[in-house]
Design a protein around this ligand. Sequence first.
Ligand code: PLP
Length: 464
Amino acid sequence: MTVYESILDAIGGTPLLRLKRLGEGVRPRIYAKLEFQNIGGSVKDRAALSMIRAAERAGLLEPGGTVVEGTSGNTGIGLSLVAAQLGYRSVIFAPAATAAEKIRLLRAFGAEVHLVADFVPRSDPGHLANQAAAFAASTPGAWLALQYDNPANPQAHLESTGPEIWADTAGSVTHFVASVGTGGTISGTGRYLKQASDGRVQVIAADPEHSRYGGGNGSLKYTEGAGHPLHPASTEDIWPEAFDTALVDKFISVSDRDAIFTARRAAREEGLLIGATGGTALAAALNLAETLDEERTIVVILPDSGRNYLSTYFDDHWLTSLGFLEPTTPEGTVRSLLTSAPAGVQLLASDLTAAEAVVELHSRDLAPDEPVFLVLDRGETFGTVHPREVVGVVTLRSLESVDPASLAVAAGIPYRTVAAGLPVGERTSQSAGRGLSETADGRHGAGLGVVAVLVDGRIAATIP
Ligand SMILES: Cc1ncc(COP(=O)(O)O)c(C=O)c1O
């Protein structure tokens, strides 16, 4: 047994667990590194402690100071628990869509939490990073952690996570798999393992589908804490300095569905209650394992606990509401309505003028009242998109009645989203999609009542 004199000494030193059931039938050995055993519940405790200690050494954080950061939760939890121990105030900016459990944990550890819009261009003053920076700049004694660019973030993993894995596998690790948020974990650990093995260890980045890191178009995802989305109105795509992409030998892309359901399998089959970034990494590791022989050893990082997501990934109603789960009896569900209604979704870029949109819709040969979703522009590549990226609905008829020079977006009306798996009777109770009811003022397409059907959290069809 270990005796600690300080809670801060209990950060790091997490065990490896051989995955017997999930890894059954695969040739290589798969070990999971249980980062949810850190005291704040995630891998980010390591980076938080390292960044605060580095700031103190550099004289950037002094007694009575305030720790500030923009974070999807876990880094904030780590920073606030370390800050409280060392006598600092902590102020955390988090996206409004962050799982409720993480927001509550932040407050429980003493953080002052500010929720901000979660999908705005980087240049927008409302962006998470800009809000945190503005607060830090106007607060005497404040220090902004800047985890995305802070070298003390990957350094934490170079000094702890990497050496732990090397020692605990007695140098037998051949493949290291991790999801990438700031890139701190994969870069620091990857660098250590490459150095220790003379370059033999392969570093694999498990990346949410559509993430820019793995070459996607930056569409949103439900996997919280990893991947790199990009708002279409962003003028530049800024990657974190903490992420050393040169270390990555391979990216493996994992859908939200695979991430979530692999996390759920891990809970039931291995007793490992983990979040979706752990599910992403595990799914990638299992995929990789198919290509390897029995001489190989994979180590996969499980960054945080499923306790953070009991109201989301582990909640059947949440999953059903987004179309990830079907009810046990499919008859009478929204999906059953789609067999008779035309499936498929028409999408239009939101930066077209009404006149351009009319030309475009005529070229698609659409009926005058067929609903079209206005999406945030993804140029040539947009396909089915995350509901939060959809601005509203127009029809050819509604566009023809507005000023041709005005932005098509001005004619957008709200729509509702409904899950494919819900019973038909429940479909009206679903949340409204993001629309522009204030600009629609009932003139254009009033009463259209478009319902967007969600399958795997994405708009896959419409029903009248
Ligand atoms: C749940 C979760 N998984 C994975 C990561 C990725 O870790 P890193 O920032 O070291 O790349 C984070 C970090 O923000 C996280 O919160």
